[in-house]
Design a protein around this ligand. Structure first.
Ligand SMILES: [Fe+2]
Ligand SMILES: [Fe+2]
Length: 279
């Protein structure tokens, strides 16, 4: 936590100081940065295996009753259930399919456990919306372009996770609106520290760290390109992150992934449908 005197001057904070707070928090004995439960990652792996039995997935989800209840509530919503009665996680698996439910579970886990920071509630709301929209769109971009999307959803959902960790580390010592630009400045670095600490696949760390410096040093990871396109589509639908300026159309990434104008038009239609569902 960052605590500063406000008696003489308005508190302020630099990106360097935010980074130092996050590093200290990550290394401090007993201090807990937001934790991504192993179980959420295990679940994603499990739901991808063709031989997985429904009961294994349900049993794993039941280990976190709070998240399981939220997953069930979302599965029961009109969009997902399409009028069918969904009364148990087993029903939800049957209705949505294991992979879809696994991703939904992961998204809700992130939203409940990670995208939280006292004092930054308004900003965290914007971060959750932006991250969820970007994750769903990145997956669609990968499907349209045949980019291997094994980790696309996870990478996209966590691409700005450094913001949540930075905000949690700064705490209430500095007003959110003052700390926010400094947090944005270093969120890639903090995100990389966090995903490494969580021992997520190296690709996730790479994309988290470099999603704002695509193209430099010849770096052009296909999933990072998909995220850049997804972020642009998200901002077109009003899902840009608070304080981030809307990017120009990502021409280089579109060309790299071979996204044609007609594919982009379809992605725009899909994005509008998802935006309407998310409200
Ligand atoms: Fe973002
Ligand atoms: Fe970002």
């Amino acid at each position: 936590m960052m605590h500063r005197s406000t008696a003489l001057a308005a508190p302020e904070i630099t990106g360097k100081e935010v980074l130092a707070c996050a590093k200290a928090a990550l290394n401090a004995p007993g201090y807990q940065l937001p934790v991504l439960p192993d179980m959420a990652i295990k679940l994603i792996e499990l739901t991808r295996r063709p031989d997985t039995e429904i009961m294994h997935v349900v049993r794993l989800m039941e280990q976190d009753p709070l998240i399981a209840a939220k997953v069930l509530a979302v599965a029961q919503s009109a969009f997902f259930s399409r009028g069918a009665r969904v009364t148990s996680l087993r029903d939800a698996v049957m209705r949505l399919g294991m992979e879809e439910l696994g991703l939904l579970f992961f998204e809700i886990t992130a939203s409940v456990r990670i995208f939280r920071a006292p004092g930054f509630e308004r900003y965290m709301g914007s971060l959750r919306r932006h991250s969820s929209m970007t994750a769903q769109l990145a997956r669609l971009v990968c499907r349209q372009t045949s980019v291997m999307d094994e980790y696309a959803f996870m990478c996209a959902l966590l691409h700005d996770v450094g913001i949540a960790a930075g905000a949690a580390a700064v705490g209430k010592g500095v007003p959110a609106e003052i700390a926010w630009p400094a947090i944005l400045e270093v969120h890639g670095e903090i995100g990389a520290m966090l995903t490494q600490a969580w021992r997520l696949p190296a690709d996730v760390t790479l994309v988290t760290q470099r999603h704002h410096s695509l193209g430099s040093d010849g770096f052009a990871h296909p999933v990072a390109c998909a995220i850049a396109i997804a972020e642009w589509l998200a901002s077109e639908q009003g899902f840009a992150l608070d304080g981030e300026t809307a990017d120009a159309r990502p021409e280089a990434e579109l060309a790299l992934l071979g996204v044609t104008e007609s594919m982009l038009t379809q992605l725009g239609v899909d994005a509008a449908a998802i935006a309407q569902r998310m409200g």
